[in-house]
Design a protein around this ligand. Structure first.
Ligand code: IVH
Length: 689
């Protein structure tokens, strides 16, 4: 080993040390709510780990904090049968029901028992499987008997341990709990969605559920979900108390919350319920009741269960708070993508701590179903949910000859006739090129951080420039000059979040122009994403840019050509085709090209001296990382990829469940098969030198 290369043994132990240290810091932060490390220190250690893992990929552990988000988007979720059905709980709303529940438990056993009261988290239930301390699988409840395998998404939840602490956990067990979205995250997500013209989520539960069903774990990671665990399924612990199981689980690293309490009798249960009926308003997440469980687990089989729910537990549900008010009108919001969302304007009324003036009506189907009349007295509810919803109409108070509301037929912003896509509950304004909120939305999208990142302009200046007629299309950014900008007055976001009026002077104008200039260096894939073609997100833009290589090839592509691109299906292909069939779009592209933007992928210089230089690889099967990542590793070490096994292939990188045809061919042609471990060894050797 030469003196300038790091020692691999050192790298291995340092990677392990950093992995443990960062996992412990995450646990302290996300589970215990008691940070042990500054953000700065965390970021520095994480950067060190990332760099080491890049140089020594063989030592990356699957429970490394860098491996929470891995892999490429899935095509769908596999269905998995639950080993033990995921039951639901009997619901009660009254204390007399609870008295009856307690009497039934008493009839079921002569032994002494206590209760454990817990919060009833309002989210999505999940079952996690651990083997030898490692998270192996996560499955949604589904219909109770089988659910979706959402492991990749669950791994992104920072409070769920990928590797357990201690050493007294069962070798194999399941633990169940609830995935929730905290209020803060929910508000931010909905604000972002509204801004992007997407329909906001009705409540944090729907948002959590939607987030778990995203096909791209990167997107789920951005949703910042949390998870409370409340049910341990492990034979080893069947003779223990439930309380003891919760404490054990917390010791292994699970977030069990500190909200549960053992109650000796029904009076104590009632006191717990009353306490939380008030205190729930202060929680940073939604709960919709209290769960009451018999603490002595050995009594659970004695008490038994009905088809749907156990007899040893029950849920007491809080009543949603409701109030009556008048429906003043129904308005419509048009988002960046043209989605039209109906909004009820209400006579202001106090409800659960806030004054309610508006309620989302979600979509056209819902407006139709509710069959509103102007001036109707409506029942507004704010239960576990933050956004109030209209749950009913008081028909006794309806004016006799009111006209029923019909959903808008035309866009309130530009007058275009609205369209409804087959199978969708909402209407869209199709006038994407000339509808003001859609134009502004596209301009804002173009300069946003993940797109061209022209942060010197910002949304409020886009608004002013649009109003002044200086910005009509994204190409106009590159026509802005000193004279046009100097002296411009407009709103700006002050640090405290309030708007203030600012006048653009020399420094700001130069900053803006510099920002625009810098954007010209953004790669083709970013430009393609920034153009705002419907359904073309960041990942798709990347695939398309890589596939076609330049804008001219893309312009000429047919729907069939587009369907060859990984991640591109019918809808995206059509949308891209439509975009390039409009002359005004071609003109915009011509102007952007003339301004010097990148419309060609720049090939990364081939690695000349990689350990795999001169070798051709075919990749097949499933690996601990995505196939694309494995291919990228081959290429970054100098190897070439071939999609099929042929005489030119040197190696077949063989994962689990490899295609039988490929294996046969490899055997027939004498192509060497290399498994994942051997592959990592091969490339680790080189990097070490
Ligand atoms: S125990 C066999 N505990 O409520 C009993 N469930 O209506 C397993 N839930 O499907 C569930 N908080 O999604 C339990 N502390 C808690 C809970 C809880 C929320 C959900 C769970 C379950 C549903 C039952």
């Amino acid at each position: 080993m030469d003196l300038f290369s790091p020692d691999p043994t050192w790298a291995e132990s340092r990677i392990a040390e950093l992995t443990d240290k960062l996992n412990a810091a995450n646990h302290a932060y996300y589970v215990l709510d008691n940070p042990q490390m500054s953000d700065y220190e965390f970021d520095m250690l994480l950067a060190e780990l990332t760099a080491l893992e890049r140089d020594f990929p063989a030592y990356v552990s699957p429970h490394s904090p860098t491996q929470r988000v891995g892999g490429s988007p899935a095509k769908g979720f596999a269905t998995v049968a639950h080993t033990t059905p995921m039951l639901s709980l009997g619901n009660t709303y009254t204390k007399s029901d609870l008295i009856e529940f307690d009497a039934r438990v008493r009839r079921g056993t002569a032994e002494p028992y206590t209760y454990v009261c817990e919060l009833k988290y309002d989210g999505v239930s999940i079952s996690l499987l651990y083997e030898n301390g490692l998270l192996m699988q996560a499955v949604t409840r589904g219909d109770g008997r089988q659910g979706d395998d959402v492991t990749a998404n669950i791994r992104t939840i920072a409070s769920i341990p990928l590797k357990l602490s201690g050493n007294d956990y069962p070798a194999r067990f399941e633990i169940r709990g609830e995935v929730i979205m905290p209020h803060k995250v929910f508000y931010a997500l909905n604000a972002q969605r509204e801004q992007a013209g997407e329909v906001p989520f009705a409540n944090p539960r729907n948002a959590a559920s939607g987030s778990l069903k995203l096909l791209d774990p990167k997107q789920t990671a951005a949703r910042k979900l949390d998870c409370f665990l409340y049910f341990l399924l492990a034979e080893e612990y069947n003779g223990d108390s439930h309380l003891h199981c919760l404490e054990k689980a917390a010791g292994w690293g699970f977030k069990t919350g500190s909200f549960y309490r053992e109650c000796a009798n029904l009076d104590e249960v009632m006191a717990f319920i009353d306490e939380w009926d008030t205190k729930r308003a202060e929680l940073p997440f939604d709960i919709d009741g209290i769960v009451i469980k018999v603490n002595q687990k050995w009594l659970w089989p004695v008490l038994g269960q009905t088809v749907k729910s156990p007899r040893w537990a029950i849920a007491y549900k809080f009543k949603a708070q409701q109030v009556k008010t008048r429906l003043l009108d129904i308005g419509y919001q048009v988002g960046r993508t043209g989605a039209v969302t109906p909004v009820a304007h209400l006579e202001p009324v106090a409800l659960a701590g806030t004054v309610v003036k508006r309620a989302s009506l979600y979509n056209a189907d819902n407006v139709e179903k509710m069959d509103f009349r102007k001036g109707d007295t409506v029942l507004v509810e704010k239960g576990g949910e933050i956004i109030p919803k209209i749950v009913g109409i008081d028909l006794t108070q309806r004016e006799p000859d009111g006209e029923p509301y019909r959903f808008a037929t035309h866009c309130p912003e530009c007058g275009a006739a609205l369209v409804r896509k087959e199978g969708e509950a909402g209407y869209y304004c199709p006038n994407d090129d000339h509808c003001p909120p859609q134009i502004k939305g596209r301009l804002e999208h173009f300069i946003s951080r993940r797109a061209m990142d022209i942060n010197t302009i910002g949304e409020s200046k886009v608004e002013v420039l649009y109003e002044r007629g200086l910005l009509k299309t994204i190409a106009d950014f590159y026509a802005l000059d000193y004279q046009a900008l100097y002296g411009l007055e407009g709103g700006d976001q002050a640090q405290n979040g309030n708007r203030r009026v600012v006048t653009l002077r020399d420094r700001s104008v130069r900053n803006i122009l510099d920002g625009i200039e810098a954007s010209k260096r953004k790669p083709f894939e970013t430009v393609l994403f920034a153009m705002g073609i419907r359904y073309v997100g960041e990942v798709t833009a990347k695939s398309i840019a890589r596939h076609f290589g330049n804008i001219d090839a893309l312009k000429a592509a047919t729907v069939e050509d587009l369907l060859q691109v990984p991640d591109v299906g019918e809808i995206i292909a059509r949308s891209v085709r439509d975009y390039f069939s409009k002359p005004e779009h071609l003109e915009i592209i011509a102007r952007l090209k003339a301004a010097g933007l990148q419309f060609e992928t720049t090939r990364v210089a081939a690695v000349k001296d990689g350990v795999l230089s001169g070798t051709v690889w075919t990749v097949s099967g499933v690996f601990s990382r995505s196939r694309d990542e494995m291919k990228a590793l081959i290429e970054s070490n100098g190897g070439k990829i071939s999609s099929s096994v042929s005489r030119n292939t040197d190696y077949l990188l063989a994962g689990d469940n490899m295609g039988p045809e490929k294996r046969k061919k490899a055997l027939a042609l004498g192509v060497e098969m290399v498994d994942e471990a051997a592959f990592f060894e091969k490339i680790a050797k080189t990097t070490v030198g």
